[in-house]
Design a protein. Structure first.
Length: 225
């Protein structure tokens, strides 16, 4: 089925959040990085401004700036209502309250939107839908990231996750995924089964990160060749 923008809830994080979630240090930031399911995050733009080599892949990059802007505005209220109804599932220390959360997310998505057309021309934003194969060779990237996409949407199923992470591992020397819980903050059997599958062929580590907003979501999964 064709990818529908009205099935997506665009919600983007910023570079500081990506650096904390994925423990990206100065050495990492000098490497060739790909973000999968980066959507409207401002990581690509902010890191590009620092001279970093980041490519973001996402199916929403097939739509134009106006379409993305409209979808962000359309879902903004609903997302904030859901956050308000589920405040107990989150830790309000670094982000103090709902207003600050909305401001941080909207600021990140504005940076993305303002950069989107230039970034498309520069091929920093590339339309791609996992688990399809990517138009780059083996080990092309040093690090592949997935923030709040893989493992979070467990309903996509075991096969989808194994194929998607497998393709990321073909083109990246190392893959980092955050968080490793589902939308209810549980580490489900499906997530454990995916991890066990990759343990058969790769070096797999769970690392505590510097980022925790969703309760129980403070570890990233690292899979290396
Ligand atoms: C919750 S958002 C996370 C955005 C960003 N990574 C962040 O943390 O701020 C999930 C993203 O996954 C993308 N996505 C959905 N299906 C996908 C697929 N099959 N392959 C790659 N990305 C997908 C969506 O378009 C959306 O941008």
């Amino acid at each position: 089925m064709a990818f529908q923008l009205n099935n997506v809830v665009p919600w983007g994080r910023n570079m500081e959040e990506y650096k904390s979630m994925f423990l990206l240090n100065e050495e990492d930031m000098k490497k060739k990085i790909a973000g999968f399911g980066d959507g409207p995050a401002s990581f690509n733009f902010e890191a590009h401004c620092l001279g970093c080599d980041i490519t973001s892949y996402d199916p929403i990059y097939q739509f134009n700036k106006e379409e993305l802007e409209k979808r962000i505005e359309d879902v903004r209220g609903t997302v904030m209502q859901q956050m308000s109804a589920n405040m107990d599932n989150y830790i309000w220390t670094k982000i103090r309250d709902l207003n600050q959360l909305e401001q941080i997310r909207m600021d990140a998505m504005k940076l993305f939107l303002d950069d989107f057309e230039v970034g498309l021309l520069e091929q920093r934003y590339r339309y791609h839908e996992l688990p399809n194969s990517l138009p780059v060779g083996d080990d092309y990237y040093d690090i592949g990231l997935s923030s709040h996409f893989l493992l979070l949407y467990t309903k996509l199923g075991f096969e989808f996750h194994v194929k998607s992470i497998g393709e990321m591992l073909r083109v990246c020397k190392e893959v980092r995924i955050f968080p490793i819980v589902d939308l209810d903050a549980c580490q489900t059997d499906m997530i454990s089964n995916v991890i066990d599958e990759f343990k058969k062929r790769y070096v797999v580590e769970l690392k505590a990160t510097n980022y925790q907003f969703q309760k129980n979501a403070n570890k990233m999964l690292v899979i290396r060749k």
